[in-house]
Design a protein around this ligand. Sequence first.
Ligand code: SDX
Length: 394
Amino acid sequence: TTGKVTLDYGFGNTANCESNITYIDGGNGILRYRGYPIEELARESTFIEVCYLLIYGELPDAPSLERFTHVIKRNRLLPEDFIAFFGAFPSNGHPMSVLQAGVAGLATYYEDTLNPLDPDQLDAATFQLLGKLPTMVSMIAKRAEGLPTLYPDSSRDLTEDFIRMTFGLPYQSYDIDPAMVRALDTLFILHADHEQNCSTSTVRFVGSSHANLYASVASAIGALSGPLHGGANEAVLRMLIQMRDTDMTVKQFVEKVKNKEEGIKLMGFGHRVYKSYDPRAAIVKESAHEVLSRLGKADKLLDLATELEEVALSDDYFISRNLYPNVDFYTGLIYRAMGFRMKMFTPLFAIGRLPGWIAQYREMIKDPATKIARPRQVYIGETERHYTSLRSRG
Ligand code: SDX
């Protein structure tokens, strides 16, 4: 009741957890995976290579990358009875709810990969998830459209084949645009990890009880679905569409935000850590203009978003509160230009974030100092009192 309370979240240390995976300097807008600047990885690397880097700590040499790529390809197919279970969800259910249930359900199909203290089982669960999540997301997207799903084609790389499974149709050739593959691969890299954000802390919390990797990742998907977290990319598009469809000017909308009318927020702005421009947002903004012009899809909503950013960043309300665009502000515009429905935006975030969740779970489970997460509380309720009979309570 006096002095500063230090909350022990049970990661073997106090409120902040130690990790050697991702470094963020929120004041200067710096993000590095295993020491490599996000700008270099987004420009030079591939998503599969970044998965390897986050999980094993080093960039792979050619043989290691080939083996890693091959073992993930071998795990991309979904078992037929899993397809029956996964396909039984309502096709109009929110994709994040279906994905969360599906990932948790994977544990019932792979009983011999559940023990996180067995390195071989933990590797097996790692590859099952890395291989199957994109296949599951493409299946959800197809079922939402009432269209037939496609099986993975292991001759193709992960991101390219995810696009084919999501937009291609059986017995019809589908020309995959290399620019679209590159843009989506870069977006997956940008989302791959972000130290102790809400969903990653959830993975660590749940995993600290030695719950299996599927259960921990399913919990993280639940956390990511919230509109204050990964659900923001979908919320940004809904905000822009509402402005467009109600002919609301940017200045009118900004005034509503500043007056906090009905708790309205400028979605895609603000961050718990970045009190400057999110370095990922800068890369996504540049890519948005490139992708939209490449796909020949000029979008009034991009102009609206750009104007909204300009007006907000010249307004002291936002500057004084360190509110800048975050990774979610422009990503939805690219996904939309690629042809994804809004409800698919956050599952796309989940595909990108999966290697980060896995890397952080593996780091936590292998750390001998890790204890089960058990936050302490400061009790501010009633002091002791005694039971009274119903009759005496009037
Ligand atoms: C992600 O943690 C991560 O790393 C997350 C993430 C990742 O990669 O995992 O980066 C991904 O989740 C990005 C964030 C996506 N969410 C949104 O875009 C939703 C909109 N943003 C806000 O809800 C908010 O900015 C948060 C939740 C992201 C951060 O909130 P903070 O830092 O806790 O800020 P706060 O709630 O303490 O607010 C401080 C002030 C308040 O005003 P006052 O009370 O001082 O008057 O800023 C205001 C807030 O009302 N404010 C906003 C605002 N965000 C904060 N006002 C308008 N619009 C906003 N978006």
